[in-house]
Design a protein around this ligand. Structure first.
Ligand code: UD1
Ligand code: UDP
Length: 381
């Protein structure tokens, strides 16, 4: 019997991290795969879906300009419920810690539909950092039937919250599947890069950094290009107006800084490969960059991804101006400090996470069917 699996994606990172799962499920005859885009992100979601050749079967077109969390949550819940009633999936899968994921888990709970959480068990144990993602993933985790944890550390976090070990599978992070699946493709670098300069690649979008903290980050970037004539900054600016307006106001007019629209995944991976160092508050970038051997300075005070920090290839620098400037300058000046952070380790996966997720679901339904058939045999005899 074919099971219907509904895969939900809302934002750019969810699409990148769910694409390998969707493609692996589609290869398997046991499943009828339906893809639902909530489109919490519009342009950035469409960009990624195209790169991986994934077409949504259902599109809720939720995004509104400068959306606030309450209205977004309410719109999502109402629209998701309609889809669940119509599609009647056997399983729903979603990835990560966005409002899409939290509402998908809740809508499934209300309809008693089993929910599988991809990238389960990441925690900072601080509800304010990252905001609102820590709360989103705690709720998703509380409601999930399957917890696909990327690392042993995330498994331990779930055990600490009382999740049964039988419900947790350590899979690796599907972002490494995605990254490896494109790594050998021809990739063009973004325009405007000077081959003679060392590249600092920047991404930033966290809500808890809006305002003063993000202004300090921008001023630190200015200081770095002012002090280092051989350094260029490339910053694909997140379209959230709280980020965009500040970034263009402070950084828009410096010859050493290239601001651009969010990059398609392939040119972004090419930029990561070309980068000397990466400054970012992104979750996905903290996972991808170590696999590419690129040092990351994280523009946050805490991270739910401690594995690469423990390896010494990612460092938390927060949003303090002096710390960002001095830690970046150290990597630019000190060859041996740089080499220690540019080692190429991959604590987040081996590129086979999606296969493990599909196998778990297959084994579950096979076991379920076998039990049912055994029960029917017993009834006959
Ligand atoms: C969201 C997630 C965050 C995730 C990030 C990935 C929540 C609350 N936040 O943050 O966890 O790390 O995505 O990037 O779930 N916008 C566009 N076009 C797009 C995308 C966004 O114009 O393709 C603009 C819109 O004005 C939108 C705003 O950005 O209202 C904010 O989008 P939203 O998804 O609420 O928050 P993000 O900051 O993108
Ligand atoms: N990314 C991209 N283009 C960009 C910036 C980032 O394709 O211009 C990719 C990046 O490789 C990573 C993901 O987007 O896989 C991270 O998304 P984001 O930073 O928006 O969200 P987070 O990971 O913090 O939730």
């Amino acid at each position: 019997m074919k099971r219907t699996i509904l895969c939900a994606v809302g934002t750019r990172p969810e699409a990148i991290k769910m694409a390998p799962v969707i493609l692996a499920l589609k290869k398997n005859d046991d499943f009828n795969v339906r893809v639902m885009a909530t489109a919490q992100h519009r342009q950035m979601l469409d960009q990624v879906m195209k790169v991986f050749g994934v077409e949504p079967d259902i599109d809720l077109d939720i995004m509104r300009p400068n959306q606030d969390l309450t209205a977004l949550t309410a719109r999502l819940l109402l629209n998701l419920d309609e889809v669940l009633v119509k599609e009647k999936p056997d399983v729903v899968l979603a990835q990560g810690d966005t409002t899409t994921v939290m509402t998908v888990a809740l809508a499934c709970f209300y309809r008693r539909i089993p929910f599988g959480h991809v990238e389960a068990g990441l925690r900072t144990w601080d509800m304010a950092n990252p905001f609102p993602e820590e709360m989103n993933r705690v709720i998703a985790g509380r409601l999930a039937k399957w917890h696909f944890a990327p690392t042993e550390g995330s498994r331990q976090n779930l055990l600490r919250e009382g999740v049964s070990s039988a419900d947790i599978v350590v899979t690796g992070n599907t972002v490494i599947d995605a990254l490896l699946s494109v790594a050998d493709r021809d990739m063009e670098l973004p325009v405007g890069l000077d081959p003679a300069k060392r590249l600092i690649l920047v991404t930033a979008h966290r809500r808890e950094n809006f305002g003063e903290p993000f202004e300090r980050v921008c001023r630190a970037l200015l200081a770095l290009v002012e002090r280092n004539a051989d350094v260029q900054v490339l910053y694909p600016v997140h379209p959230n107006p709280n980020v965009r307006d500040t970034a263009y106001r402070i950084l828009g007019n410096h010859p050493g800084i290239v601001l651009c629209e969010p990059l398609d995944y392939l040119p972004f991976v090419a930029a990561m490969k070309r980068a000397y160092i990466i400054l970012s508050d992104s979750g996905g970038v903290q996972e991808e960059a170590p696999a590419l051997g690129k040092p990351v300075l994280v523009l946050r005070h805490e991270t739910e991804r401690p594995e690469a920090v423990a390896e010494g290839v990612v460092k938390l620098v927060g949003t303090d101006y002096d710390t960002i400037v001095s830690e970046s300058q150290r990597l630019l000046d000190d060859e041996s400090a740089y080499r220690k952070m540019a080692r190429g380790v991959s604590p987040y996966g081996d590129g086979h996470a999606a296969e493990r997720i599909v196998k778990t679901l297959r084994d579950y339904f096979l076991g379920f069917d076998n039990e049912k058939f055994a029960g029917m045999d017993n009834e006959k005899s």
